[in-house]
Design a protein around this ligand. Structure first.
Ligand code: GDP
Length: 445
């Protein structure tokens, strides 16, 4: 996944540090050098890397580390804080217009994911009780109008588009008419999809700038494919000069990109990242949280997003019951199975697992993770007696053998399941108590 290598490199760097008690200036220098190398390899822009490592170095050589009880952890803390800072610090939310409709314009290269994003945003807004209207101003790319209509239908929102076939219309006029339609029909959001080219070109830029002038959007979101690596910086600068934008959306963060764009763009443009896109489906989308992204990169685990997504799928009663059980240490295998089933509803299990602490290390296992495994888990748990599910401690060798036979699985499968259950129970207890998850091999933060 994005940041996989960077995470692994940083975690290794910190592990080496941990072996030491007090840190000398040369320990810190070599750590900073490794961080620098890791960031450059992840395609982070050179200026950003220099600035970042400079700050980390200065702070790491200062009092907060030399006086810390655990200097290594303090260094990780500093890296974490500086990462949050280059990702934008505080979360920046969407600006709402004082007088609706709020107008959001999307700009970016062709293929960046604008049209898909229009659908994602619309679905997300609709989920919050808004009534967005999608406006199709990409009259350049064949099919773009049809594609936006399809996406609108999937999201269950209205679309304003010129008749298909009439592809040569005037995008500025379409944008204006779209906004007028939204006002007439009382939509509280308008999302304007614009044309992109494969590369930056003057005509496209002018068209986008003209649309911007014509409809005066509350937000202009620059949509950028995280996979384009080093080119991201130049593209972003070109769009900033040509159209300017109020915020950034990173797409394709689910890919194997090295992620440098994500880390560079805020510093290079001074514009906040508002959203992240993580797949082709309309649900693969989330508001961007700098602190959560930083912990994901540092492999601290994105517990908060995980919990939020799980909550979206849980019914609240169920969630409260589970929380009570966890607190009372009465979490059973039945609850575990119930949670897995709920999580499957919340999204792909693989994606959820990727957010768990320490999972960055288990990339390979993750890639091999088979969603059918939930079926096996069900089979195993259903072969247990009620007493066994409530008290897995009683699962001795002969019981495990019986369960394996009953479910058509092996004893090893049963053992692994029990082990996973125990880990999950432990982790949830830590989180339930407000604790931080642990960095593998580093002890509690
Ligand atoms: P546009 O030209 O900017 O409107 O881009 P599209 O919305 O047509 O997207 C281009 C391609 O990228 C399509 O095949 C999308 O399904 C795909 N895509 C968009 N966003 C994402 C994402 O976050 N992850 C992945 N993997 N694919 C995406």
């Amino acid at each position: 996944a994005t940041f996989g290598n960077l995470s692994a490199r940083l975690t290794d760097t910190f592990k080496n540090l941990r072996a030491k008690g007090k840190l000398s200036a040369s320990d810190i220098d070599s750590t900073v050098r490794e961080i620098r190398r890791a960031l450059l390899e992840a395609d982070v822009a050179l200026d950003v890397v220099k600035d970042f490592t400079g700050k980390v170095r200065d702070r790491a050589l200062g009092d907060e580390v030399s006086e810390a009880l655990n200097p290594a952890q303090q260094v990780v803390q500093i890296v974490n804080e500086e990462l949050v800072s280059i990702l934008g610090g505080e979360q920046r939310r969407l600006e709402f217009a004082k007088n609706p409709p709020t107008i959001i314009m999307l700009a970016g290269l062709q293929g960046a994911g604008k049209t898909t994003l229009a659908g994602k945003l619309a679905k997300w807004l609709k989920g919050q009780g808004h009534t967005p209207l999608l406006v199709a101003c990409d009259l350049q790319r064949p099919n773009a109008v049809t594609q936006l209509s399809v996406v609108a239908e999937q999201a269950g929102v209205a679309v304003f588009a010129p008749e298909p076939g009439n592809g040569v219309g005037d995008p500025v006029k379409v944008a204006k008419n779209g906004v007028a339609e939204a006002k007439a029909k009382h939509h509280d959001f308008v999302i304007v999809d614009t044309a992109g080219r494969l590369g930056v070109d003057a005509e496209m830029m002018k068209q986008a700038a003209d649309i911007r002038k014509a409809v005066n959007p509350d937000e202009v979101l620059f949509v950028i494919d995280a996979m384009i690596g080093q080119d991201a910086v130049a593209t972003a600068k070109a769009f900033q000069e040509g159209v300017d934008f109020t915020g950034v959306v990173l797409t394709k963060l689910d890919g194997d990109a090295r992620g440098g764009a994500a880390l560079s763009i805020r510093s290079v443009t001074g514009r906040p990242i508002l959203f992240a896109s993580t797949g082709e489906g309309l649900g693969d989308f989330e508001p961007f949280h700098p602190d959560r992204m930083a912990s994901r990169i540092l492999d601290l685990g994105d517990i908060l997003t995980l919990i939020e997504q799980a909550q979206g799928a849980f019914d609240e009663d169920e969630a409260r019951k589970v929380a009570e059980k966890i607190a009372k240490d009465a979490f059973t295998l039945d609850d575990f199975l119930g949670q897995m089933q709920q999580m499957r509803k919340a999204g792909s299990i693989k994606k959820m697992m990727g957010m768990l602490p320490g999972m960055g290390k288990m990339k390979e296992q993750l890639d091999n993770f088979d969603e059918r495994e939930i079926v096996h888990t069900e089979a195993i748990i259903q072969s247990m007696t009620k007493a066994e599910r409530e008290n897995p401690k009683m699962l001795n060798g002969s019981r495990r053998l019986r369960i394996a036979k009953g479910s058509g699985m092996t004893v090893t499968d049963v053992n692994q399941l029990v082990q996973r259950f125990e880990q999950a129970a432990k982790m949830m207890k830590t989180v339930a108590r407000g604790g931080m998850p642990q960095i593998p091999g580093m002890g509690p933060m």
